[in-house]
Design a protein around this ligand. Structure first.
Ligand code: IFM
Length: 472
């Protein structure tokens, strides 16, 4: 790693106690899919379907983190990471969805203890998309019962780790679980049933609420929250009423369908109307909205990009839509630079998103729990990775976050996605998001230039006055 002298004062400076972290998720890095009693998840089953995952055969997903955890924590310590956001694999803890597997919990207990010994705050998420396949066979998130099974699973985890973990996140990006998993079928379990996507949404929210009650009961001093992937929605042609209407609809189905029940006690009226043909109103049992809307201590935001929405059909239109009932939605290109995932880079929109959350859902501490980008990293002859594009991406997003803080937003932390190159879901291993390069054949870890740059940012608690040279 490059040694660089820090200036006396780093500018812009982040608030004291700002939490600097890195994020990962169990299925994306752990591997060891049959060890210590783990049973298949919906993603194990999905990966076996021919053609479902780019790159074909995934073998054992992940960067073998299950076996290499102590060395990975050591690496985080060297980088100066303050907090580590990871997820706990339900199929290790209750492999068949019912009985507790103590060996699965042992791994997370070792991980939490190793982190604490290294002075790194553990920041676990209970669900990052790896539903036990046994539960999918009983309907998965289409089935209301899965929400109650989730609360039981949460209780087993809290019983083991509740005395040591101070911040719990229930779900990661329930939009993906529901709309990609059951709507467009791009994610596990690969269903293309609009009504199922809507049912999954409500049952995931219910699961969140039930698990929050478990956290309050079993770890009353801990913080509880949820992480959403929120997309600022721009309208391609603001003079076209059809585009404006599509913008409203997509904002409802992407953002407000989760934010409002969680933070305002109910689904937005327009979303209830849009989804009435898909059965949303009938899914809401008496008492559900009180459970879902129980007060939270924090909201996690995963920000990658904004959406530029039009109602004019394009070649994508008509395929199973990720946004139920919005089959003609399209996303006209704006000529913005893109990541290797084909996502527009638009860091400035992050400031607006944070301000919107601050205004519409006030007094709630916010954390950016994911932000990052895939770029086509290449090893140089010297074995280094000079990922200046990633440095520029993080630099721009941190400046956008800082601008929101300066305007009064209570943003308390930033977790970079991701610590390691990993399994990028439907994209297989083709997209690399890590600060640390992983050779998936040898499992060798090589910190990229972005790792040493981010390490310096964490140490300085801020960015230097000028954008880093490598950020331009
Ligand atoms: O890799 C994913 C992660 O699992 C959830 N949020 C987005 C990341 C990048 O696509």
């Amino acid at each position: 790693m490059r040694a660089e002298a820090a200036p006396a004062v780093a500018e812009p400076a982040f608030p004291d106690n700002f939490l600097w972290g890195v994020s990962t998720a169990a299925f994306q890095i752990e591997g060891a899919t049959t060890m210590d009693g783990r049973a298949p998840s919906i993603w194990d089953a999905f990966c076996e379907r021919p053609g479902k995952v780019a790159g074909g055969d995934t073998g054992e997903p992940g960067a073998d983190h299950y076996r290499r955890m102590p060395a990975d924590v050591e690496l985080m310590g060297e980088l100066g990471v303050g907090a580590y956001r990871f997820s706990i694999a339900w199929p290790r803890v209750r492999p068949d969805g019912a009985d507790v597997n103590p060996a699965g919990l042992d791994f997370y207990e070792r991980l939490v203890d190793t982190l604490l010994n290294a002075g790194i705050t553990p920041w676990p998420t209970l669900y990052h998309w790896d539903l036990p396949q046994a539960l999918e066979e009983h309907g998965g998130w289409r089935n209301r019962d899965t929400a109650y099974r989730f609360a039981e699973y949460a209780s087993a985890v809290l019983e083991r780790l509740g005395d040591r973990v101070e911040s719990w996140t229930t779900l990661n990006e329930p939009w993906c679980s529901a709309f990609l998993g059951y709507g467009s079928g791009r994610h596990a379990p690969g269903r293309t049933e609009p009504r199922a996507a809507v049912a999954a949404t409500h049952h995931l929210l219910l699961a969140h609420g039930l698990a929050t009650a478990v956290i309050r009961e079993q770890a009353p001093r801990a913080a509880a929250g949820v992480t959403l992937n929120l997309f600022p929605v721009n309208v391609a042609d603001p003079d076209d009423p059809a585009d404006v209407e599509m913008g409203r609809r997509i904002d409802g189905l992407q953002n407000r369908i989760f934010l409002d029940p969680l933070l305002h006690g109910g689904y937005p009226e327009d979303v209830l109307g849009d989804l009435a043909p898909f059965g949303l109103p009938e899914l809401i049992a008496p008492g559900d909205l009180e459970i879902i809307g129980a007060p939270l201590d924090m909201l996690g935001i995963n920000y990658y990009r904004d959406l530029n929405v039009s109602a004019k059909p394009d070649e994508r239109s008509g395929r199973p839509s990720e946004w139920v009932g919005a089959e003609t939605v399209s996303f006209p290109k704006r000529g913005l630079p893109q990541t290797d995932s084909g996502w527009d880079i638009n860091a400035g929109e992050l400031t607006g998103l944070l301000l919107r959350l601050h205004e519409e859902y006030p007094r709630l501490p916010l954390y950016i729990t994911e932000n990052g980008a895939a770029f086509p990293d290449r090893l140089t002859a010297e074995g280094t990775i000079e990922d200046t594009d990633r440095v520029a991406f993080i630099d721009a997003h941190l400046r956008a976050a800082h601008a929101a803080i300066e305007r009064g937003v209570d943003l308390r932390g930033y977790f970079h996605w991701s610590l390691l190159d990993n399994f990028e879901w439907a994209e297989g291993y083709a997209k690399r998001f890590g600060l640390v390069h992983v050779d998936f054949n040898t499992q060798r870890r090589t910190p990229k230039a972005s790792a040493s740059w981010y390490s310096r940012v964490m140490k300085d608690n801020g960015l230097r006055q000028e954008s880093d040279d490598r950020a331009r």
